[in-house]
Design a protein. Structure first.
Length: 376
């Protein structure tokens, strides 16, 4: 187990209660550790949900029928190929547990839930390199692939933010299908990258699955909402035999409301693009970091000095009320890597000032517990 790995969360960001207990900053934490839409939920959603609170006294609409129908139209896919769930992570676990692959072939580095879901399903896990700043070697996930395996690919990848072309992924899908394996594409960050043309969700190939996080898109991490797109017959079986109340009533109400906000995504993309470019420029000009060319609502950084330790930076910033995501518990990354979310300008300026102060103070070490790996 790598240092700092949290068995409860798999090392994910966004664990604000744990961060508050650990660092006790005395101020509200500004969360750069989780990659949620920086615009927050669409305007008026909270008031809408207050009016919907009485829904919790009745069972949710089974299979989120109205939301599923509306979402199918929004995504441009047949409703018969769409399953809604309690966030993308739940659907990744559901699919892996249901298919029970012999082996799950996952990118490294990438989202830890692919490995966690595979281990829970009793599958062997094999990694293929998807390193930041490097070209994707198409054959690397296919070398040891056999019939019955599941290959996972994240586009844009998390934590690198790199977006891969539709042409590349079509070639991967063809190779996977020819081997008798299945392919799960995690397109959770395509809506927030402006790369819709690279999506494969409209393909109706056998053995091709697409998962999308609506939690990320609409900033609903506390409600949880995601969808799985797959072959009609298989989605039908999951619908018949799966939990009919997977999506709670308030999440359904939130999803229907968000789908009606036609300009929300356009405004979100404009903000993300502007602030991502600003952060890239400032952080590169600081001379302290390599900033990778991600296209999503987060950035992966690497300290240029080999002695740089993101654990120390995280602790220093947390005491100022700024929470970043150290990345040494992503497979293939080390202590010199960390990830930040793209937020609004005034928030980004706070982060930049905090980082500048850390270097000006001589990069103070946060304490011996960090060196020993304790308490994390």
């Amino acid at each position: 187990m790598q240092r700092g790995f949290n068995d409860e969360t798999g090392g994910h960001g966004g664990d604000l209660s744990r961060a508050l207990r650990r660092w006790n900053p005395g101020v509200e934490l500004l969360d750069f550790s989780s990659n949620i839409n920086p615009c927050g939920p669409p305007s008026g959603l909270l008031d809408h949900l207050r009016r919907e609170l009485d829904r919790i006294t009745a069972y949710p609409v089974p299979q989120a029928r109205e939301l599923r129908d509306s979402l199918a139209g929004y995504l441009g896919v047949p409703v018969s190929r769409l399953l809604l769930g309690n966030g993308a992570t739940e659907l990744i676990h559901l699919l892996t547990l249901w298919r029970r692959p012999r082996k799950v072939i996952v990118p490294a580095p990438s989202f830890s839930e692919y490995r966690r879901a595979a281990c829970l399903a009793g599958a062997e896990v094999e990694e293929f390199p998807l390193l930041p700043g490097e070209e994707f070697a198409l054959l690397s996930p296919c070398i040891n692939m056999e019939s019955g395996d599941l290959v996972v690919f994240c586009n844009p990848n998390n934590p690198t933010g790199q977006l891969y072309s539709r042409r590349t992924l079509l070639k991967l899908a063809e190779t996977v299908r020819a081997k008798g394996a299945e392919l799960l594409l995690d397109e959770s960050f395509i809506p927030l990258s402006g790369g819709e043309e690279e999506s494969l969700r409209h393909r109706e190939d056998g053995g091709l699955w697409i998962v999308i996080s609506l939690t990320k898109l609409w900033s609903l991490p506390g409600l949880r909402l995601g969808c799985l797109i797959g072959p009609e017959e298989d989605i039908g079986e999951l619908t018949r035999w799966g939990d009919p109340w997977r999506v709670n009533s308030l999440a359904q109400a939130a999803g229907l409301y968000c789908l009606e906000q036609k300009d929300f995504l356009k405004k979100s993309l404009a903000l993300i693009e502007k602030e991502r470019s600003y952060l890239k420029k400032c952080l590169r000009e600081s001379g302290h970091f390599k900033v990778f060319d991600g296209v999503a609502n987060y950035l992966l950084l690497q300290g240029l000095d080999s002695s740089f330790d993101a654990v120390d930076l995280q602790a220093y910033l947390a005491k100022l009320g700024l929470l970043i995501r150290r990345a040494d518990n992503f497979s293939s990354l080390d202590k010199t890597f960390f990830r930040i979310a793209v937020l609004r300008r005034h928030d980004n300026l706070r982060l930049l000032r905090g980082i500048d102060n850390w270097f000006e103070e001589g990069c103070p070490v946060s304490g011996q517990e960090n060196r020993k790996g304790g308490g994390r």
